[in-house]
Each structure stands twice: as C-alpha cells, then as structure tokens.
Design a binder for this molecule. Structure first.
Ligand code: GDP
Ligand code: MG
Length: 162
C-alpha cells in the first residue's frame, strides 16, 4: 500500500515548495489510486526506498463564504483521501485563527496529523515552535522548505507507520 499524504494550510506558507521538494513526478497518474480525483495536485515521491503519494492543495484563507467554497472544499477532500496530513504553518506569522481551525478540523476527523512549522530560517526555532504546541498536535517539525532543512526528520516520522 502506498501511503497518501496531504499538504494543507493557509496560502503562502510553503506547501507547494515542500510538494516540489518531496515529489519527483509532479503530476502523478492517479489511475493507480482509486478514489482520488483530479482537482487537487498529486505527486509521487520516494524517501529512503519507501514510496508515497503527496497531495498539494491551494490553501485555506479563512475568508471563504462558508465551508463549501472551492479551495476549502478541496483541502477537506484531500484530508479525507489522506493517510496522514501535514498541516503547514508559517513560523514567521505565528499561530493564526485559520491554523487553529484546521487543527480542530483534523482532530474531529481523526487523521494522523503532523505540524510543519515552515520558514524557520532566520528565526529562533524553539521560540517559534512553542506557540504551535498550543494546537495540541504533539508532532511538530521545524522546516525550511526552500532549502530542505528539517525535511528528512519530518519524512522519517511521517513514513514510519507505513
Ligand atoms: P503555498 O501557497 O503554501 O503553496 O506556498 P509556496 O510554496 O508557493 O511558497 C510561498 C512563498 O514562500 C514562496 O515565495 C516561497 O519561496 C516562500 N517559502 C517557502 N518555504 C520557505 C521557507 O522555508 N523559508 C522562506 N524564507 N521562504 C519560503
Ligand atoms: Mg501552493
């Protein structure tokens, strides 16, 4: 079984940068993955000999008119399809109401979730991360998606159950 991993979070936090770093086939053929639809971006990747499928989403702004707006919907559908969810936040922005809402959404949904504290470059990771532990997600990984820092530790954790 190839695990499906979804990237969700606000726009501009670094989801697509992470997606591009973690996939070699950026537009994976989804025919082999029953149930997956094409309005989200799928990629295939491999880490330490283990294959996975990654889903990129457009992001949730928190300003949608209702939960059923297109971008929020596709993020929710990505969460439904995924075996594990990477909730990506921007360490420079700190915790926002949308991050809190998404964390709550995952909790009620019961998905295995990892908090990715991205854009940790140039700031103190301990200070930045302390705030994110408030979300009640025990797995918090600091990353710099643009340079790959922290990505190995993150993927080791995410793939270890599979
Ligand atoms: P998305 O909207 O969540 O998919 O975010 P993108 O991946 O498009 O990234 C938004 C912007 O943040 C781009 O200009 C990226 O180069 C930048 N970015 C992504 N990751 C990092 C990071 O770790 N550190 C810094 N400084 N910038 C980043
Ligand atoms: Mg993007």
């Amino acid at each position: 079984m190839v695990p499906v991993i979804a990237l969700v979070g606000r726009p501009n936090v670094g989801k697509s940068t992470l997606f591009n770093r973690l996939t070699k086939s950026h537009d994976a053929l989804v025919a082999n993955y029953p149930g997956l639809t094409r309005d989200r971006k799928y990629g295939e990747g491999e880490f330490q000999g283990r294959r996975y499928m990654l889903i990129d989403t457009g992001g949730i702004t928190g300003e949608e008119e209702g939960i059923d707006s297109a971008m929020a919907m596709q993020s929710m559908q990505a969460i439904e399809e995924a075996d594990a969810v990477l909730l990506v936040v921007d360490s420079r922005d700190g915790l926002t109401p949308v991050d809190r809402r998404l964390a709550e959404e995952m909790r009620s949904n019961g998905r295995k979730v990892y908090l990715v504290a991205n854009k940790i470059d140039g700031i103190n990771p301990d200070v930045a991360m302390a705030e994110f532990f408030e979300l009640g997600i025990p797995e918090v990984y600091p990353t710099t998606a643009t340079h790959g820092r922290g990505v190995r530790q993150l993927m080791e954790a995410v793939l270890s159950p599979f």
